[in-house]
Design a protein around this ligand. Structure first.
Ligand code: NAG
Ligand code: NAG
Ligand code: NAG
Length: 413
């Protein structure tokens, strides 16, 4: 019970103790790796083996299919339209929220276009109006339709007046690196500002001097999650600082030791930095998280150092001063006690505990306190209407009496 209720942070504490002081040594193993940054546009997809295929250069590319009555026009990653004598009908617009994905069989990718014209399609497809599905084939149409180099629409199938299927053949872009899908890095346990779905987000794909952590911020905690079945592929993070000297960075937390993060239990990566040399431009902190069988996750944090910070020294100095003051206080109290004791034994001719400085006040206090205790029991004693209560009350009263006596004895040693 207790074990399962422990906060993830508590569980990571033992790991936190293992603080890794990162020296700026470039590891030979990772020379030549490329991180996987999110493409500049939302016109990209992951293929059936998680490789990223960036179609950014295809945005707005125009494909036209001449039908009997209506022509169908695709503006790639923008929209799908049906054009006829009576005008245009919008068959949906592109927005990549899981609407550009790997296909199956002959179809390499599938794009969804939603929220087209509503007229007479108000209730269709979960109130998304007219919609289109574009099946992308990398290569050429089966029926050998394409003449141009940049592909064409092979075929249009109308499922209803509210939904069409379009088959589009294009020479696809070369797949990029393999993306470690589902991996996130964020500043909060359930956030992914830095890495989302294995892709380093804009702003962290390289060092941006305009968005740096301030000098005063000496620590930042990052939370990492991964799909549970793939979490054991995550390795220990590495850090490279540019320039190499002047900023001390320490990593700690469960994430620093390479513990497998899952969606339910994110691992923490505490990044503590201390400015040792002031600089006009921020330091670049290059964080690389190797993933077995994938490109490493890589992101950049920028850190300003407007002035030196010898925090560790400052705090040790603080403790040292505290220690010295405590020492002085203890020595002074001892001297005062001993001096007082000697004075009382010699001059006032008191003996034993009575000669201790302040003992007169202490015994006076004890006497008052026991007097009050005695006063409390008295009303109950007086109002003893019940025999049982009275018999119970009496020993207590006598106990009070002995206590009082003992205090008197105590004072009169
Ligand atoms: C970031 O660090 C890794 C090794 O940790 C290195 O391979 C990579 O080249 C560095 N990137 C930049 C831009 O410095
Ligand atoms: C992925 O798609 C390619 C064709 O685009 C196909 O040859 C390959 O078998 C597919 N792999 C898997 C695992 O489905
Ligand atoms: C047109 O596409 C549909 C499916 O979208 C397919 O069943 C049909 O065979 C295709 N026709 C031609 C001529 O390619």
């Amino acid at each position: 019970m207790m074990q399962s209720q422990r906060h993830p942070f508590v569980e990571s504490l033992p790991c936190s103790c293992i603080i890794i002081i990162v020296t700026a040594v470039v590891t030979q193993v990772l020379v030549g790796v490329a991180s996987v940054a999110v493409p500049s546009s939302n016109c990209y997809a992951l293929d059936n083996s998680s490789r990223i295929v960036d179609f950014s250069s295809w945005i707005g590319h125009f494909f036209e299919y001449e039908g009997k009555e209506t022509d169908v026009v695709i503006r790639f990653c923008k929209d799908v339209e049906a054009r006829s004598q009576t005008g245009y009908v919008d068959f949906g617009r592109f927005n990549n929220f899981n609407h550009f994905v790997a296909g199956s069989g002959r179809v390499d990718f599938v794009q969804g276009y939603y929220n087209g014209d509503l007229l007479n399609c108000e209730q269709s497809y979960d109130k998304l109006g007219r919609t289109a599905q574009v099946n992308i084939i990398c290569g050429s149409c089966l029926n050998g339709q394409c003449k141009g180099e940049l592909g064409c629409i092979c075929n249009v199938t109308q499922e209803s007046s509210c939904r069409i299927f379009v088959e589009l053949a294009i020479p696809c872009e070369k797949p990029g690196p393999r993306v470690f899908e589902g991996f996130t890095v964020g500043f909060h346990p359930r956030s992914w500002e830095i890495v989302y779905n294995g892709l380093t987000q804009l702003g962290y794909e390289k060092s941006h001097h305009d968005f740096s952590f301030t000098t005063e911020q000496t620590q930042v905690t990052l939370y990492m999650t991964a799909i549970a079945s793939l979490s054991t592929l995550v390795r220990k993070p590495m850090i490279k600082i540019l320039p190499e000297k002047g900023l001390e960075v320490r990593l700690s937390g469960s994430g620093a030791t390479g513990s497998p993060p899952t969606t339910l239990t994110p691992t923490l990566l505490n990044v503590e930095w201390t400015c040792q040399e002031a600089r006009d431009t921020p330091y670049e902190v290059n964080v690389t998280i190797p993933i077995e069988g994938y490109e490493p996750i890589q992101f950049f944090l920028a850190k300003s150092c407007e002035h030196r910070q010898d925090q560790r020294e400052d705090s040790t100095r603080g403790w040292a001063i505290f220690g010295i003051i405590s020492c002085i206080f203890i020595v002074a109290s001892t001297l005062f006690c001993v001096g007082g004791f000697i004075y009382k034994t010699r001059v006032e001719r008191l003996h034993g505990i009575d000669a201790l400085p302040g003992m007169t006040y202490l015994s006076a206090c004890l006497e008052t306190a026991s007097g009050v205790g005695y006063g409390y029991s008295r009303p109950e004693e007086n109002g003893s209407g019940y025999a049982s209560e009275a018999s119970w009350e009496r020993p207590s009263a006598s106990a009070q009496g002995t206590k009082k006596q003992s205090t008197r004895n105590y004072g009169s040693i």
